[in-house]
Write a protein that binds this ligand. Structure first.
Ligand code: HEC
Ligand code: HEC
Length: 363
């Protein structure tokens, strides 16, 4: 038997895109669903790469070779209906159902990217959307999670679809995505070859790439935007003699008033101050209390336990956030106490408590 005549279907950029997207989505999903603060860097990195790949795919959809072009597989309802019937004609490129999958995945990945940046910006005050409110960030998180589950569902459907379609058409579609070629068959519809427009693609890719680079740079920036108020040096001096300085946005105003009223017996210590200094400190703490800040700690610690009105580390949200950490951790010489936030949160004094700044000491 003569060796089959092979036709090129998937150009190299499409294949590179396909498998790199699969890898980056796998890393982003594993770190997002299974990881915590410690895998967040990986999650955000893989997510940015995935979104970058999707943007490149959109560019290639208008500039790539024949079967890469969106107009080669723009799905029409009649095509979809025809395709699910037995004996439907072969599609060298994406079949109508596969095309729906491509568009759904591209759309969802963009939603995931924007909602992820919204959550980083609104909730953690970092990245290009750092000026968004905490509430917007929280909505972003919900959308991000729903879209992530939807992508998992689509990936499962996609794998099933490839398996079914491979059996039905008796050709290994996964291998074609590796080699880029398929066997020509009698009765294949004629294909009008479209050459890739490489210079145009490179132009748009550079444009998109610089946008991504800027996004990454703004996420990696050391001082996030929209920070709560910087520490007043006098107050830092007075209130960090025995422990780290607690940022005023970590407790509501009522808690600061109660704390300042009880300085002579402050956690078993005498932390008394002269009345003028005490009044000045109290005014500053109250002015910058949790109610007036839009950060994650300000939102979570705004409600404190009644029996411990100003012990942040006794509050239910604090216990919930740190519930996974074993008791012995807090006895380590480098940490000593739950109250020593700065041992694990490098940015504790800023009041921000970014998940990117958590480093639990090893010893
Ligand atoms: C004489 C030492 C001393 C001084 C001065 C002092 N504190 Fe404290 N503070 C303590 C001790 C001890 C604790 C109990 C937690 C610990 O072991 O670190 C504590 C706990 C706290 C907590 C609760 C921490 C948690 O675990 O949630 C806050 C808030 C606090 N201090 C605020 C202040 C403020 C505001 C000032 C300045 C007006 C101040 N402290 C000055 C000794 C001091
Ligand atoms: C022993 C180390 C350690 C200490 C001490 C500690 N934390 Fe944390 N904290 C962590 C870790 C680890 C996480 C992330 C948990 C996770 O994976 O979601 C965390 C999460 C948080 C978060 C959630 C926000 C985020 O970035 O994910 C806040 C807010 C927070 N801590 C505040 C505090 C405050 C306030 C104190 C001091 C009263 C404190 N922590 C003390 C280790 C610590």
């Amino acid at each position: 038997m003569a060796s089959p005549f092979l036709v090129p279907v998937w150009d190299l950029p499409i294949r590179l895109f396909h498998w790199s997207l699969a890898a980056s989505v796998a890393v982003a999903a594993a770190s997002g669903f299974l990881g915590g603060a410690e895998t967040l860097r990986w999650h955000v990195g893989a997510g940015l790469i995935a979104v970058g790949l999707v943007i490149a795919r959109i560019v290639w959809g208008f500039t790539g070779s024949t079967h890469a072009r969106f107009r080669d597989f723009a799905p029409r309802l009649s095509d979809v209906v025809e395709h699910v019937h037995p004996g439907s004609p072969r599609h060298l490129g994406h079949n109508p159902l596969g095309a729906l999958m491509v568009f759904a995945l591209i759309g969802l990945m963009l939603v995931i990217g924007v909602s992820g940046l919204a959550l980083l910006g609104g909730m953690f005050k970092t990245g290009p959307l750092a000026f968004w409110s905490f509430e917007t960030g929280r909505s972003g998180r919900e959308i991000h999670e729903i879209a992530a589950w939807a992508v998992l569902g689509l990936v499962a459907l996609h794998l099933g679809g490839v398996a079914v379609e491979s059996l039905r058409s008796r050709e290994n579609l996964a291998r074609a995505m590796l080699t880029g070629v398929k066997e020509a068959r009698p009765g294949d519809p004629p294909v009008r070859e479209i050459p890739a427009r490489v210079p145009l693609a490179i132009f748009f890719l550079l444009l998109a790439g610089s946008g991504l680079w800027a996004t990454n740079a703004s996420l990696a920036a050391r001082a996030p935007r929209g920070m709560p108020v910087a520490f007043d040096p006098i107050i830092r001096a007075e209130c960090s003699a025995c422990h780290m300085a607690y940022h005023p946005s970590l407790l509501p105003a009522a808690s600061w008033r109660a704390l300042m009223a009880g300085l002579p017996d402050h956690f078993g210590e005498d932390a008394s101050l002269d009345p003028a200094t005490a009044a000045e400190i109290e005014a500053w703490l109250v002015a910058h209390a949790a109610e007036g800040a839009d950060t994650l700690p300000a939102h979570v610690f705004a409600r404190v336990a009644h029996e411990a009105p100003f012990t942040i580390s006794e509050s239910p949200p604090w216990k919930r956030l740190h519930g996974d950490l074993p008791d012995e951790l807090f006895q380590r010489a480098s940490i000593r106490s739950r109250s020593n936030c700065a041992a694990c949160h490098a940015d504790a004094e800023s009041g921000l408590f970014s998940p990117f700044s958590i480093h639990v000491p090893k010893e």
